[in-house]
Design a protein around this ligand. Sequence first.
Ligand SMILES: NC(=O)c1ccc[n+]([C@@H]2O[C@H](COP(=O)([O-])OP(=O)(O)OC[C@H]3O[C@@H](n4cnc5c(N)ncnc54)[C@H](OP(=O)(O)O)[C@@H]3O)[C@@H](O)[C@H]2O)c1
Length: 303
Amino acid sequence: MKAIVIEAFGGVEELQLKEVDHPVLKPNRMIVQMHATSVNPVDTKRRKGSFGGKLPMIVGNDVAGMVTEVGEDVTEFKVGDRVMANGAKTYAEYVSVNPERAVKLHDSVSYEEAAAIPLTGQTAYEAIITRGKVKEGDRVLVHAGSGGVGSLAIQLAKLKRAWVASTAGSKNQVMLTHLGADHPVNYETEVFEDVLDEMDLVFDTLGGSIQKKSIAVLRQGGRLLSVAEEPDQALADEQGIEASYFSMSPTKEALEHLNEWLSKRDIRPVITKVVPFTEKDVREAHALSETGHAGGKIIIAFQ
Ligand SMILES: NC(=O)c1ccc[n+]([C@@H]2O[C@H](COP(=O)([O-])OP(=O)(O)OC[C@H]3O[C@@H](n4cnc5c(N)ncnc54)[C@H](OP(=O)(O)O)[C@@H]3O)[C@@H](O)[C@H]2O)c1
């Protein structure tokens, strides 16, 4: 089978289309023929060697495809099922998938839509629902609402009937409104800490000075959740807020909820670009993602 393989950490030229071995079926796994995956910032960070790891390496976390083989211990899925899953090594034509990280897709959901959900959706779910425990009337600020994670976080917070503010650049203001943001903030022309206050929750996907300034818009006892970097605890204590970083941990329950909302169109991924599974296109997709302004998900389609 073909896969995009990284043999040395570095620039986009290290993404190379190679012939590799088909994954071996284990009793508690299934093999999925990939129809679509997506580019996440973690893929470009892995490519550059930010997390180390053994080479050669295949990156990618989002699975959308059809089950072609099922291990003897797997009872929930059968050959021919259309699935989405949180996976690994997904820049490849076939992927070994843990059924505990997979769900069956509704007929109305395309593979491209499904590929936009697992990593970003689990992250948004953990921030807004599991950890954030957002409820009706809460005031929530989602930074980078036009990004893969932020665009789903806005929609999940709206599903929970929160009042949602969100930041993005000029070209993405209309998108924020379409996603349901009650107060879109244009970071190119506005200073978010001047126009927002008394927030119950800030979801920080950016870190740095944006994270620090976010502390000032929270109410006493409010919370900052970051997926970008560890917050300054001394500053948080001083301001009387709770602040923490988390690294997303996927759960079957979250994926099932996301799948249900996706099938009912309660949530919609924002897809900015679909590229074919070629070396040139995947390299270009990484370069676009690395601008930090792709504005929605970049999908890699296999057929
Ligand atoms: N810890 C974890 O478990 C975890 C999980 C998932 C993601 N992450 C991290 O979370 C971050 C976001 O991920 P993603 O998938 O959403 O990335 P993404 O899709 O590439 O999103 C980037 C978005 O950031 C916006 N942006 C850039 N500068 C901004 C600013 N100053 N203010 C507001 N928005 C700004 C851009 O919008 P404009 O074009 O409008 O500027 C763009 O839409 C990444 O660093 C990723 O690695 C961490």
